[in-house]
Design a protein around this ligand. Structure first.
Ligand code: ADP
Ligand code: ADP
Length: 229
């Protein structure tokens, strides 16, 4: 049974301009998928609908067979984690940043969260101490280090579905590959949806959805799509 289903989803921000045209997507539980397509295709709109920043005008979005409109915000937030492109960190320690998301809905025990996070290879590889304050008065993290903290912050809540919205697109390809290879070890049982544009980052996806002007124009494995070109 697929974890995430877009069932004939039609959506526009304004009534006179449709952005997604009867979109159908099926994302298998535990799979790793990528959503690609030119700028303006509607990729981020898919993410916003999944998080219910907006609801579709027609069609349904299902998580584990349930219409997300019938799911409480609390359980929706528990089911989904997101890593955006430009993560904003608190001027506080790395540990605090991981324990508390931007929404402040982190685990109550900062130390327990820090311990859990410290186990993660993502953080092991940060050259700086866990307790050091980040930001203006403390240490400056590079873009790649910031994203490692942001990813850890999302994963520490253990969401079964994680969405990366251009999470590594702003980084150089080497840093990106480095983070992605760490991620591979961490995301085993999780459903992972990556919105991306570099082909090198999506090559190992189980399935790639190619979106253009709010329509699914192709989907399949990486090699399958290359063969069709
Ligand atoms: P861009 O404008 O991002 O430099 P293109 O216009 O060539 O790249 O491609 C548009 C989108 O389609 C990109 O996100 C790219 O990753 C994706 N894409 C192009 N060719 C393929 C393919 N063979 N398989 C999967 N995705 C592809
Ligand atoms: P992508 O992520 O593929 O670049 P988006 O989902 O961000 O594309 O945008 C799809 C279309 O929706 C674009 O034409 C964009 O201009 C439009 N759009 C995005 N956000 C809004 C908004 N808040 N209000 C109106 N139109 C929007």
């Amino acid at each position: 049974q697929p974890t995430v289903v877009f069932d004939n989803v039609t959506f526009g921000y304004d009534p006179d301009r449709t952005i997604l045209h009867g979109l159908n997507l099926e994302i298998a539980a535990g799979s790793k998928v990528a959503i690609v397509g030119p700028s303006g295709a509607g990729k981020s709109t898919i993410a916003r609908l999944l998080f219910r920043f907006y609801d579709p005008q027609a069609g349904r979005i299902l998580i584990d067979g349930q219409d997300i409109r019938l799911v409480t915000q609390v359980s929706l937030r528990a089911a989904l984690g997101i890593v955006p492109q430009d993560s904003v960190l608190f001027n506080d320690t790395i540990g605090y940043n991981i324990a508390y998301g931007r929404d402040g809905a982190g685990p109550a025990d900062v130390e327990a969260a820090a311990r859990a996070a410290a186990l993660m290879p993502l953080i092991d590889r940060l050259p700086k101490r866990f307790e050091t304050e980040v930001g203006e008065r403390g240490l400056k993290l590079s873009g790649g280090e910031k994203q490692r903290v942001a990813i850890a912050r999302t994963l520490v809540k253990n969401p079964p579905i994680v969405l990366f919205d251009e999470a590594t697109s702003a980084l150089d390809t080497r840093t990106e590959q480095d983070i992605l290879s760490t991620m591979r070890g961490l995301a085993e049982q999780r459903t992972t949806i990556s919105i991306a544009h570099r082909l090198s980052t999506i090559a190992d996806s189980d399935r790639i959805f190619v979106l253009d002007q709010g329509r699914l124009v192709e989907s399949g494995g990486h090699l399958e799509l290359l063969r069709r070109d």
